[in-house]
Design a protein. Structure first.
Length: 388
């Protein structure tokens, strides 16, 4: 199952979505609904169909199970970021197949679903950049209070509409964080060693994402830059992006997901720092998740000079884009968070394959110390700038 991706203004999107049936359910949140372009879209849609708007759908399987009976329209339209789109995915699945597999008591944070015949057409209209939730076969939902990754064909939306008015008014900082998230979905399978001899097919697109990020930073050709990031982001969730790679993907992603949950912070305040930590530890010999041959191949694929250090190049890029490069552990210790990560994703489970408590704790501690930052390196110019 694949998603049909469409581009246009809100009026065209409303007319297209209205053709899916006479009664349409819309899932969003109050903040998104208050945005003028979204409010206008819903009003346009209501001119063509009987529309019911739900702004109170929470992201727990228990809540969604109780609310799924309310979604009786011929189409379910999700307008918002990844959490809203994920809630709509789960709601459609619950209505089609029940939730017994989601509620199974197990420590693993992943649930794999059998294929189900959804009774509704699911249309996603993202209002954020980078997650690719509008095209992915995954969703995150709380099960017994714990964020759980749910994977299966039933999670894939039938259609995604990219409305310029929803996306171009996003703060530049959010647009750039989306670019970084897409970038790492391209780099992660190229860097982590899974035994492949070749690099992933989509790695060359990382150059396009880096260029698009610079366009966003300088506010030049913003529509073109966003189109690049969104289209590449959707492709990273397709079959070609994962062909020949380890079925459970990047270990860094699982540590990121657990740290995001435990620390109560957005994903993009965790992921860049962890990846810089992996690259730094690979360079110093402290962690073997990225062999030197893979790092060299990615550096060449990005067109960097042979002597360039990938961690330093990425850290400088993220600082220029205003993306956090240090992990704030708060009151949590690296050892405590490592234990949580291993319980959910390791200790024999294939997600953190062969990773030890020492590996994960070292990664978290390194990301917290951020030795790639100018101040950590003793950069005198940066210190002088900080005193001004």
């Amino acid at each position: 199952m694949t998603t049909t991706s469409l581009w246009g203004d809100a009026g065209h999107a409303a007319a297209s979505v209205a053709r899916t049936g006479a009664r349409i359910d819309v899932v969003t949140d109050r903040t998104v609904l208050a945005l003028e372009p979204v409010d206008r879209f819903v009003a346009d849609l209501a001119q063509h169909a009987d529309v019911r708007v739900f702004t109170d759908v929470e992201g727990s399987v228990e809540h969604i199970t109780g609310r799924s009976v309310d979604f009786t329209g011929s189409a379910l339209v999700a307008i918002g970021g990844g959490s809203v789109i994920d809630a709509a995915k789960i709601a459609r699945y619950v209505r089609a197949a029940g939730t017994s597999r989601l509620r199974t008591a197990q420590r693993c944070g992943l649930r794999a679903l059998p294929e189900a015949a959804p009774p509704q057409r699911l249309v996603a209209l993202p209002t954020t950049v980078g997650t690719g939730a509008e095209a992915s076969s995954g969703a995150v939902v709380r099960v017994a209070g714990r964020p759980t990754l749910v994977r299966g064909i039933a999670m894939v939306p039938d259609e995604a509409w990219y409305c310029r008015s929803f996306l171009e008014e996003l703060p530049t900082s959010q647009q750039l964080r989306g670019a970084v998230e897409v970038l790492f979905r391209l780099l992660a399978p190229a860097l982590e060693a899974h035994g492949e001899e070749r690099l992933p097919d989509l790695l060359p697109l990382a150059v396009d994402v880096l260029a698009a990020g610079e366009q966003l930073r300088s506010r030049t050709d913003v529509p073109d830059a966003l189109a690049t990031i969104l289209s590449v982001g959707a492709r990273t969730h397709g079959a070609r992006a994962h062909r020949g790679l380890h079925p459970f993907g990047s270990r860094v992603w699982y540590v990121t997901n657990e740290a995001t949950s435990a620390l109560g912070v957005p994903k993009m305040e965790v992921l860049p720092a962890l990846w810089l930590g992996v690259l730094h530890l690979a360079r110093t010999g402290g962690l073997d998740w990225v062999p030197p041959t893979r790092s060299d191949a990615v550096r060449a694929g990005l067109g960097l000079d042979p002597g360039a250090d990938l961690a330093d190049v990425l850290a400088d890029t993220f600082r220029r884009w205003g993306v956090p490069t240090r992990l704030d552990l708060g009151a949590t210790t690296a050892d405590e968070l490592a234990d949580t990560c291993l319980w959910r994703w390791g200790h024999g489970l294939p997600m953190l394959r062969r990773a030890t408590r020492e590996d994960v704790a070292s990664l978290l501690a390194t990301a917290s110390a951020a030795p790639w930052s100018p101040l950590s390196r003793g950069d005198s110019a940066s210190r002088a700038q900080g005193r001004r």
